[in-house]
Design a protein around this ligand. Structure first.
Ligand code: ADP
Ligand code: ZN
Ligand code: ZN
Length: 739
């Protein structure tokens, strides 16, 4: 199909494949009319078969020889499945994370669309009277009783009736309906699938002056891009600010996308939103069925849903008329995807808001150092909610020095006594321990042999009552050995603490207390989280023992005591972010205490009561801690004062990793870019995992622009390295965990 300018028209298509490029095709034969718009799905020949791709652009000419070009086989959509704005955002994402666009674009589609199924008709078919039908005098239908009956039914339902509803009311409605249709007395309509919000909305509290101020500042920027940090302790009323903003924007027909950290939190948050908003709320997370997810996705895309609440992948949800992006608990590590496309949903929400010219709100009680740095450099505006809303007062933090104390399975006497008196006064407590299982080491009494995973550099964790040794990194499991493989002894002991062991100790000490364990094992069952929430609110639980799952978001007004069993693991982590994470987690758990009218108490057990980080946190709060931590990062030229990427390699043999990363290093150094530092290769902190060796190479630069230009050309070189074929490698831009 040569055109006036000479070169043929070429369709550039995003096809899922490991190659970081678009694929050129000749347009399909015949008249494609409207279908040549970016965002439509195509079936294209690819390799020996064919694949589903998405049209990204139509251009003139190609660098490929024309006789190599294949033709698009089928156009699957009459109209784009995603709009140009989302496509642009996905392209930006693919570029920034140096990931193949085909995988990014197809990954953003619901599975049915990815597989080439048609976009379903939205809603249920239904009928309503046309204006002429509305004016019709029923008396005229005297001699057609079925038509008369149908007319009367339709009159009683001015919003229309779906076909199933009609069938319930009138057995044979189709023939009279056809008669009406031929006289233009009725109209075919589509009845939305979604339920409209609960009509009895609960009454919102009136915002306090700080909340009002925050909502006002954000709202007044609602027609432009502006990034806000809404910094407020847990319980200070951030969610109320979101609700106010969303309600006001929804009235103007604009949508809100709300990202939250964990699936476990969605039921609570969603019911709170549904109960308060005069707008349709849909949810998107991995716990939904494919069909539910697809429906929510379509409702967001077509503008029927005003609010989308979801976990990280929801950042890619299409929106018809975006009005605001909200990321709650913005510091949460779960916003970063750790495999395939290693994106940060928090960072992407900011980018998307910028592209859509809307505000973005990052909410947190313990903002990430990145975000605080963005505030300090003037890119984000900080809004503070310094006090707890309502009557609650902030909890006091106490350090419990456990050096030289006798402990009962890791629990000190002061903590046990506090738990006891809490239970006796019919209040509730949360005990936080960051490890599931019974005990993290299983040791031979006579020679000190420790049970390790065969496939990882990690100890096996003893689980009870199953009496199993489990690896928490690769899920290997085995029974404890009958005899020590090193010395043959049959005497073993265990060491360290997990949630199961803490529960056992507590049950022995406080036999009347009702204890609920919350960790990944205990919440596998669907509905387990809801059961916890219910039993907490119903007062059927006295003490919750849990991992970080209990730290997040919950509002249990009767919790007056929070115990942190072991603060030390965070103080000496291998990752430069361990300290930051520990501080955030500590305050988050602490934030569960004293949310009602009774004040809260937080007890933190440690062997290092004088650790500067812990002292700053306890004595002066998160702000002081963050200031110190940022100064340390600046000194060490670590993020957010430098930009980082991590090239990871994994293989069955360590040499394969080393060979590839050394070649990558050499190739990068050969490119002679001055502002780029390459560090490594070094083994990953966990050098073997699930039977594979793991090494990494750091790429670091003071400036983002040069870093990304370097990565782009470097990657195209890496793809060609022979040693690249012997490893599994990946690039992590802005890595969050260096494990
Ligand atoms: P956050 O999101 O910061 O943790 P929430 O918005 O969940 O805080 O508020 C914590 C509690 O305080 C909730 O029960 C909420 O209904 C209540 N609350 C928030 N704002 C107000 C207010 N202005 N007046 C009275 N109660 C409020
Ligand atoms: Zn032994
Ligand atoms: Zn393992």
């Amino acid at each position: 199909m040569p055109d006036a300018a000479g070169g043929p028209l070429i369709w550039r298509v995003a096809v899922p494949s490991p190659l970081r490029k678009l694929f050129d095709y000749l347009p399909p034969g015949g008249d494609v009319g409207q279908a040549s718009q970016p965002g439509v799905r195509l079936r294209v020949p690819f390799g020996r078969g064919n694949r589903i791709g998405v049209l990204v652009e139509v251009v003139q000419g190609t660098s490929l020889p024309l006789n190599k070009l294949k033709r698009v086989a089928t156009v699957l959509d009459q109209a784009p499945v995603i709009n140009a704005d989302l496509l642009e955002f996905l392209s930006w994402t693919a570029d920034y994370y140096h990931h193949p666009l085909g995988e990014v674009v197809l990954g953003a589609l619901p599975r049915a669309l990815r597989r080439g199924r048609p976009v379903p008709e939205q809603g249920t078919p239904g009928w309503t009277l046309s204006p002429a039908g509305g004016d019709l005098d029923a008396e005229q239908l005297r001699r057609a009783p079925r038509q008369k009956a149908l007319l009367e039914i339709l009159r009683r339902h001015p919003a229309g009736l779906s076909e199933p509803e009609l069938s319930k009311r009138l057995v044979s409605w189709r023939a009279p309906m056809r008669a009406f249709l031929s006289r233009h007395l009725v109209q075919r309509i589509s009845i939305p699938l979604l339920q409209t919000s609960d009509p009895d909305l609960s009454q919102p509290p009136s915002l306090n002056p700080k909340q009002q101020q925050a909502a006002e500042s954000i709202f007044s920027a609602s027609r432009e891009f502006a990034a806000f940090l809404l910094n407020g302790v847990t319980g200070s009323g951030k969610t109320e600010v979101y609700l106010e903003l969303i309600n006001r924007l929804a009235l103007a027909g604009r949508q809100a996308l709300v990202l939250i950290p964990e699936i476990g939190l969605t039921p609570q948050i969603v019911s709170r939103f549904r109960g308060r908003l005069k707008a349709e709320v849909v949810v998107l997370h991995s716990g939904l069925s494919e069909k539910e997810r697809f429906e929510a996705w379509l409702a967001a895309r077509d503008g029927r849903a005003s609010v989308v609440i979801g976990t990280r992948s929801a950042v890619f949800t299409p929106l018809k008329n975006p009005g605001i992006f909200i990321v709650d608990e913005e510091q949460d590590p779960s916003f970063k995807q750790q495999d395939a496309l290693r994106y940060s949903a928090r960072d992407l929400a900011v980018v998307r808001a910028q592209m859509c010219a809307t505000p973005v709100v990052l909410g947190s009680a313990t903002p990430s150092l990145e975000t605080l740095h963005n505030v300090a450099s003037g890119r984000y505006t900080q809004l503070n909610l310094p006090l707890r809303a309502g009557e609650a007062t902030p909890p006091s933090l106490e350090v419990v020095d456990i050096r030289g104390r006798s402990l009962q399975s890791g629990l000190s006497e002061p903590l046990l006594a506090a738990l006891e008196s809490c239970v006796e006064s019919y209040e509730q407590a949360i005990l936080f321990i960051n490890r599931r299982g019974f005990a993290p080491s299983y040791i031979c009494r006579s020679c000190g042999w420790v049970a390790e995973c065969d496939r990882c550099d990690a100890n096996m964790v003893l689980h009870r009552p199953e009496e199993l040794l489990l690896c928490h990194h690769c899920a290997s499991r085995r029974s404890p050995p009958a005899a020590c493989p090193r010395c043959g002894s049959s005497e073993f002991r265990h060491q360290g603490l997990g949630t199961q062991r803490v529960v056992e100790t507590l049950s022995a000490r406080l036999p009347r207390a009702r204890i609920y364990r919350v960790d990944r094992d205990s919440t596998k069952r669907k509905g387990a989280f809801e059961a916890l929430i219910e039993s907490m609110h119903g007062g059927e639980t006295d003490i919750v023992v849990g991992t970080q799952m209990v730290a997040k978001g919950h509002h249990f007004p009767n919790v007056t005591l929070v115990g942190v069993v072991d603060a030390d693991s965070g103080l000496f982590g291998v990752d430069f972010r361990s300290g930051e994470r520990m501080a955030q987690l500590l305050l988050q758990v602490a934030g569960r205490a004293g949310r009602g009218q009774k004040p809260g108490r937080v007890m933190i057990q440690t062997h290092h009561p004088d650790h500067p980080l812990l002292r700053a946190l306890v004595e002066s709060g998160y702000g002081a801690f963050a200031t110190n931590a940022l100064a340390e990062r600046a000194e060490a030229a670590l993020p957010p004062f430098a930009h980082m990427a991590l090239l990871r390699a994994e293989a069955q043999r360590l040499e394969a990793c080393e060979r590839f990363l050394s070649a990558a290093l050499e190739c990068g150094e050969g490119m002679g870019v001055e502002s780029i530092n390459l560090l490594g290769p070094v083994p990953a902190p966990m050098a073997r995992r699930a039977g594979r060796y793991r090494s990494q190479l750091f790429v670091e630069s003071g400036h983002r622009g040069p870093l990304h230009r370097f990565l782009k050309s470097w990657l195209s070189e890496l793809e060609r390295l022979p040693s690249a074929r012997r490893v599994r490698w990946s690039l992590d831009v802005d890595p969050q965990e260096i494990i």
